[in-house]
Design a protein around this ligand. Structure first.
Ligand code: CTP
Ligand code: CA
Length: 226
């Protein structure tokens, strides 16, 4: 019922949202992941679709339902997420990377279940590709929005990512703060923009953060069309 109150202000805008964690396999029965629930990304995808955008949701494994009117591309590893994102990049105006991509993956994936042997086991990891940085290097007229999950020096770290990945905006998220972060329904975020502006938002529901973020998306997108 609330949707009737939303403006149709993203009609014609093609938005690619990534959400959730990635899963990096160790062997056929084990994997490395993180605490991301996917709630933030799904809330963005749902609200964007309600506001008239054409939405593609590339999502790691979550327990959430795909919102109505959203095209969903399920993936597991960071490598799969990268392929799915690059496959959809050409036909996209705005990318919102809310996914918590694993920075590293096991260097070798055992074909069989690892057997318990020595008292100590060393798992060697190798770096995953940085999907957002890759998009930043070939962004063209697209709008790129990242998320920065930090536990310290929030603004400095977020500003550095904004610049390095060639983003238009980054959502800085103090995941150690009360009422913020991975597995809760609320968030306390700041929006940092390429021109140096910073917007501080109060504690609010993730659905509310999604709407405020999309207000900024709408402005950035309209500005590019002039
Ligand atoms: N990201 C990505 N691919 C990766 C890692 C991160 O696309 N391999 C994206 C995330 O989706 C997010 C942004 O980059 O939008 C920032 O992610 P974050 O983990 O905060 O930053 P990193 O650059 O990975 O740096 P670090 O984890 O060391 O803070
Ligand atoms: Ca990271």
């Amino acid at each position: 019922a609330a949707s009737v109150l939303l403006p149709n202000d993203l009609q014609g805008c093609r938005i690619l949202v990534t959400a959730g964690p990635t899963r990096e396999e160790v062997d056929p029965v084990r994997y490395i992941t993180n605490y991301s629930s996917g709630k933030m990304g799904y809330a963005i995808a749902e609200a964007a679709a309600k506001r008239g955008a054409t939405v593609t949701l590339v999502t790691g494994p979550t327990s959430l339902q795909v919102p109505d009117g959203v095209k969903c591309v399920p993936v597991s590893s960071a490598e799969e997420m990268r392929s799915a994102v690059l496959n959809n990049f050409t036909a996209t105006d705005v990318v919102i990377k809310a996914a918590a991509v694993a920075d590293y993956r096991p260097a070798e994936r055992g074909a069989n279940k690892l057997k318990k042997k020595e008292d100590e086991l060393v798992l060697r990891l190798e770096k995953n590709p940085d999907i957002l940085a890759e998009l930043g290097a070939q962004k063209g007229e697209r709008i790129l929005i990242g998320f920065a999950a930090e536990t310290e020096r929030l603004l400095a770290h977020a500003a550095e990512k904004l610049q390095k990945k060639n983003l238009d905006m980054i959502v800085a998220n103090d995941v150690s703060a009360e009422g913020a972060g991975f597995d809760v329904d609320t968030n306390i975020v700041r929006f940092l923009f390429a021109d140096g502006r910073v917007d501080e938002l109060e504690l609010m529901k993730k659905e509310q953060v999604a709407l405020r973020l999309l207000d900024q998306v709408e402005k950035l997108w309209k500005a590019k069309q002039q």
